[in-house]
Write a protein that binds this ligand. Sequence first.
Ligand code: ADP
Ligand code: ADP
Length: 218
Amino acid sequence: MASYIILLGPPGAGKGTQAQAISQELQLPHISSGDIFRENLKKETELGKLAAGFMNKGELVPDDVTIAMIRERLSRPDCQAGALLDGFPRTPAQAEALSGMLAELGGQVNAVPYISVPAEVLIERLTGRWTCRQAGHIFHEKYNPPQQPGCCDLDGSELYQREDDKAETVSRRIRVYLEQTKPLIDYYQQRGLLIEIDGILPIEQVTASLLAALPHNG
Ligand code: ADP
Ligand code: ADP
């Protein structure tokens, strides 16, 4: 049966970093809702313009829009055997919608690693994050610096600081996470799917804990 894994955790926990590190090993495509919104913004689509209004304020894009976007993405051939979801679901309504979508696709959520990191660490992680323009590769000025400042090690494209990684917006996003996304910890725990991972360790050690905790073919 197709295997869908959800990476859960607050903004800055390391979901994107870990998804980039393990997606190949797990043989699952990395599906990041934030990356899809940013791609749309780059291409100036209607979806991109609509999403940007919420993203720049640190608020969630409305459920109906987000759910429709993910439904379309998961229906593509590369997700037939499963996917590694990063940043979706983020509300109980999204979690319910996902379970319906996966049932239609003949799949189910197999595991939900929750990357836990104390709130005070998140601000430093997000305000020091540098993201690659080309493909969203993630760096940190202190914890994962690129070889050349401002330049992506993987594809040479420019690194930039996301508009929503400014200190004021970051605190807003953490509040929104606590109100709207944190309830998903209980939701998946009750379904026996939650695996808690200590996200305070260095990047490579978090990757090793994730791979040890997840069922995979590697
Ligand atoms: P998320 O996708 O959960 O918002 P990211 O993967 O983008 O988080 O990570 C946020 C920032 O923290 C990035 O700059 C990243 O390089 C850095 N980071 C990720 N994991 C760790 C870690 N284990 N220790 C230190 N810094 C990390
Ligand atoms: P982070 O790396 O901090 O976890 P993301 O790149 O996942 O951030 O998301 C950036 C922004 O995109 C969010 O603050 C929100 O505005 C929007 N977004 C991403 N995923 C979702 C979602 N599942 N539901 C609603 N909004 C979302």
